[in-house]
Design a protein around this ligand. Structure first.
Ligand SMILES: Cc1cc2nc3c(=O)[nH]c(=O)nc-3n(C[C@H](O)[C@H](O)[C@H](O)COP(=O)(O)O)c2cc1C
Ligand SMILES: Nc1ncnc2c1ncn2[C@@H]1O[C@H](COP(=O)(O)OP(=O)(O)O)[C@@H](O)[C@H]1O
Length: 331
């Protein structure tokens, strides 16, 4: 997959000179609803022997169009993750348009001319709620034929519901993460939710408890699940390990402590300070508890380790040595 950044007004030399099927959307999380749009576009592209292109933006539309401060927005998928997910879906060309003033203040007709016709799309696929054009003239899918002037076909994909009939939306997935329900989020994402980070130093108490924990510094732009204890898999140096994770304030050891992400890796022993890691969030285990002392916490950590092993054994994904080749079902 090729990623092409477009800075308005982009030079036409940036655009490969061939017809494409183009899917439109911000696609935060590339969840099952987004996958329905992209899969539909992929089917059309295959039938037409054309490339599948996606047009997305560099920042969340709330930042670009509603002036929400950039540091207040946390993503289900930052660009690197979005690229991986798009590539897995068979996208050939990922256009990332910068939401600069020139882009934002385009009239709907200019958007269609520059970012649909300009990208050589002869079919456009988008969700039912896609909008385009500067805020005062914002246009929707129903209006698209007016601006298309028969230069491309239009396919609108309807709302996607989960098994309980709830809308599959990035907002709903964020709410599930805020309640610790990572399994619910994974069901709507269609893959296991992952975050990244770097191993940093903590207070070095973990080793004294008999449960050393990697303390993970996560990029602020990545949304984390809420405070709680989780069954995870962690990728360190190209290997995935089972881990029991705590997102919490270590309340047993004093009040008003900052929230940290700490993971004890099962069947693992190595110094990994400074290493980049990926964390795949599989299952909520319990809430954070204030114990009377270290002994209570240690007894609970033993139970957490067993619950983590039981969870992965039931899932059937862990190998005998406790390691797994890859977290389950990325798409
Ligand atoms: C699986 C797991 C569960 C945890 N549960 C709790 C908890 O319920 N209450 C608590 O105060 N700390 C909890 N912790 C955090 C420990 O207090 C923390 O890992 C320990 O103090 C080591 O911190 P350090 O890495 O900064 O040395 C948990 C940690 C892990 C890995
Ligand atoms: N099974 C394991 N899980 C997590 N970290 C481990 C493990 N074995 C060794 N380590 C190492 O120990 C460090 C954690 O020890 P800990 O006493 O909790 O110190 P800190 O407070 O600095 O995290 C990790 O950063 C890692 O380098």
């Amino acid at each position: 997959m090729q990623t092409i950044t477009l800075i308005h007004p982009y030079p036409h030399s940036r655009i490969p000179n061939e017809p494409v099927v183009l899917a439109l959307g911000f696609f935060d999380g590339v969840h099952k609803g987004h996958q329905a749009v992209i899969n539909r576009a992929k089917q059309i592209a295959i039938a037409k022997h054309e490339k599948l292109a996606v047009l997305t933006f560099d920042v969340h539309p709330a930042v670009g169009f509603r002036n929400v401060p950039a540091d207040e927005v946390q993503y289900l998928s930052t660009l690197t993750r979005k690229q991986a997910l798009m590539a897995a879906l068979g996208v050939d060309l990922l256009y990332v348009a910068q939401l600069n003033a020139g882009f934002k203040y385009q009239a709907p007709q200019a958007f269609v001319d520059n970012y649909i016709v300009g990208l050589h799309a002869n079919v456009v696929v988008a969700g039912f709620d896609y909008t385009y054009g500067r805020p005062v003239e914002k246009a929707d899918m129903a209006a698209l034929p007016v601006y298309a002037h028969a230069r491309f076909e239009i396919v609108t994909v309807g709302e996607d519901d989960d098994a309980q009939g709830e809308k599959v939306s990035s907002t709903h997935i964020r709410q599930l993460l805020d309640h610790g329900d990572v399994a619910g989020a994974n069901a709507l994402l269609g893959y296991i939710y992952c975050t990244t980070g770097t191993v940093v130093h903590g207070e070095q108490r973990g080793r004294e408890l008999g449960f050393p924990t990697i303390n993970i510094d996560t990029p602020h732009a990545e949304r984390l699940p809420s405070i709680g204890i989780y069954a995870t898999k962690v990728q360190v140096k190209d290997q995935w390990y089972m881990g029991m994770a705590s997102i919490g304030r270590n309340v047993t050891f004093g009040p008003n402590r900052p929230v940290t992400v700490e993971i004890n890796l099962l069947d693992f022993k190595a110094d990994v300070y400074g290493q980049p890691v990926q964390v795949a969030w599989y299952q909520y285990l319990r809430g954070e508890v204030k114990f009377d002392g270290a002994d209570g916490l240690i007894a609970q950590l033993k139970r957490d380790a067993q619950h983590t092993r039981d969870y992965f054994q039931k899932l059937g994904g862990s190998q005998k040595d406790g390691r797994s080749i890859y977290p389950h079902s990325v798409l």
